[in-house]
Design a binder for this molecule. Structure first.
Ligand SMILES: NC(=O)c1ccc[n+]([C@@H]2O[C@H](COP(=O)([O-])OP(=O)(O)OC[C@H]3O[C@@H](n4cnc5c(N)ncnc54)[C@H](OP(=O)(O)O)[C@@H]3O)[C@@H](O)[C@H]2O)c1
Length: 329
C-alpha cells in the first residue's frame, strides 16, 4: 500500500509517500480501506519528533483518524462486519491506503455526513468528550471558555457544548475566525490579538466568569484562566503551545475550589476509548446533521500531506484539514 512516512524529524518536506505492507488486523481489530484521513496538530508535533507514537502503533506513519470501509476483521471482532463503513480513532498509521483499528474505536458514520467528511470527526470529538464531558463533568447551563475556537478541537467543542445546553465563549486569532465561531454557535468570540479576553468575559458575564476552561495555549493564558474560573470551576489542559510553565495563584485555587486537570488521548487503552465511542454515538451522533456537522477547510490528495501540514502550521485554516484517498476498484 501507499503510506505517508516521516522520513526524519523535521519540516513538512520530511513527509514522503512510500510503499509499505498492508497491516494485518489483530484478533480484536478491523482493517479499513481508507477513504480519508484527518490531519491534526498532534501529527505536526509527531513529525517534528516531539510526540512519538505509543508502542504497538506505526512509528513513522502519522494519522490519528480515518474513515473508510472495513475489508477484513480479526477472529474475535463482534461489532463490525466486512463492508461496514466507519470512521475510527487510531493511535497512528492513518495517512495510508489501509489502517487497522481496535473494533471499539470505530464509529458509525453520522447521519448526513459523507464517508470522506467523517474522517474529520474522531480525534477532536473523542478529545472534547473525554475532557469537557467526562473529566470536566460539564452539566447543562454551564459556561465554557474554549481557546483556539476555530481549531479542529474548537469546532467540535463549540457544537457539542451548545447541543448539550451550555454557553460557549471562544478566543481566536482574527475577526474572520471569530465570525466563523459565532456562526457555529459561540455566544462570544474574542479576537485575542485586539481584545483582552479576560476583561471581555468578565464584562459579558457580569463578573461571574466560566465553569470550564478548555486550554491548548498554556503558560501565557494560565493566570487569566484561573482568574476567570467561577467557584467549583475546572481548568482542563490539552496542550501548552505557548509555554508549559504557567504561574498558578494557589490561594484562588483553594478559595474557589478549582480543579486543575487535563489529559492526552492517544496513549489511553482501547477499552477507555471504547467508552468514549459509545458515549459519542448515543449522546452526540443524534445531533447530526441539523445541530452538529463537520467543517472541512481543505482536502488534499494523500501525496500532498506535506502541503496539508504546511497549511496547518500557517494556522489560517478554520475547522479541519483532510487527506483523501480515491477509491480503487
Ligand atoms: N490532549 C489531547 O488529547 C489532544 C488531542 C488532540 C488535540 N490536542 C491539542 O489541541 C490543539 C488543537 O488541535 P487541532 O488539531 O484542532 O489544531 P488546529 O486546528 O491546528 O488548531 C490549533 C489552534 O491553535 C492556535 N495556535 C496555533 N499556533 C499557536 C501558537 N503557537 N500559540 C498559540 N495558539 C496557537 C490557532 O488559533 P489562532 O490562529 O486563532 O491563534 C489554531 O486554531 C493542539 O494544541 C493539539 O495538540 C490535544
Amino acid at each position: 500500500m501507499r503510506a505517508v512516512c516521516i522520513t526524519n524529524p523535521g519540516g513538512p518536506d520530511v513527509l514522503k509517500v512510500m510503499e509499505r505492507e498492508i497491516p494485518q488486523p489483530g484478533p480484536h481489530e478491523v482493517l479499513i480501506q481508507v477513504a480519508a484521513a484527518g490531519v491534526n496538530r498532534p501529527d505536526v508535533s509527531q513529525r517534528k519528533g516531539n510526540y512519538p507514537a505509543p508502542p504497538g502503533s506505526p512509528a513513522d506513519i502519522p494519522g490519528l483518524e480515518v474513515s473508510g470501509t472495513i475489508v477484513a476483521v480479526g477472529e474475535n471482532v463482534k461489532l463490525w462486519e466486512i463492508g461496514d463503513q466507519v470512521c475510527a480513532l487510531l493511535a497512528g498509521g492513518g495517512y495510508a491506503e489501509y489502517a487497522v483499528a481496535p473494533e471499539e474505536q470505530c464509529l458509525i458514520i453520522p447521519e448526513g455526513v459523507s464517508l470522506q467528511e467523517a474522517a474529520s470527526l474522531p480525534e477532536t470529538f473523542f478529545t472534547v468528550w473525554n475532557n469537557v464531558f467526562d473529566i470536566g463533568k460539564f452539566s447543562k447551563g454551564e459556561r465554557v471558555l474554549v481557546h483556539g475556537g476555530s481549531s479542529g478541537i474548537g469546532v467540535a467543542a463549540i457544537q457539542m457544548v451548545k447541543a448539550l445546553g451550555g454557553s460557549v465563549f471562544v478566543t481566536a486569532g482574527s475577526e474572520e475566525k471569530c465570525s466563523f465561531c459565532r456562526e457555529l454557535g459561540a455566544d462570544l468570540a474574542i479576537n485575542y490579538r485586539e481584545t483582552n479576553f479576560e476583561k471581555a468575559i468578565v464584562q459579558h458575564t457580569q463578573g461571574k466568569g466560566v465553569d470550564i476552561v478548555l486550554d491548548m495555549v498554556g503558560a501565557a493564558y494560565t493566570e487569566a484562566n484561573i482568574n476567570l474560573l467561577a467557584p467549583g470551576g475546572r481548568f482542563i489542559i490539552i496542550n501548552a503551545m505557548k509555554g508549559r510553565m504557567g504561574s498558578v495563584d494557589l490561594i484562588q485555587v483553594m478559595k474557589k475550589r478549582l480543579t486543575l486537570t487535563g489529559s492526552t488521548l492517544r496513549p489511553q487503552t482501547p477499552a477507555y476509548k471504547g467508552l468514549i465511542a459509545k458515549a459519542l454515538m448515543s449522546k452526540i451522533w443524534p445531533f447530526f446533521p441539523d445541530e452538529i456537522r463537520p467543517y472541512i477547510y481543505q482536502t488534499f490528495p494523500l501525496d500532498e500531506a506535506a502541503t496539508a501540514h504546511d497549511l496547518m502550521e500557517q494556522s489560517h485554516h478554520m475547522g479541519k484539514i483532510l487527506l483523501e484517498i480515491p477509491f480503487k476498484t
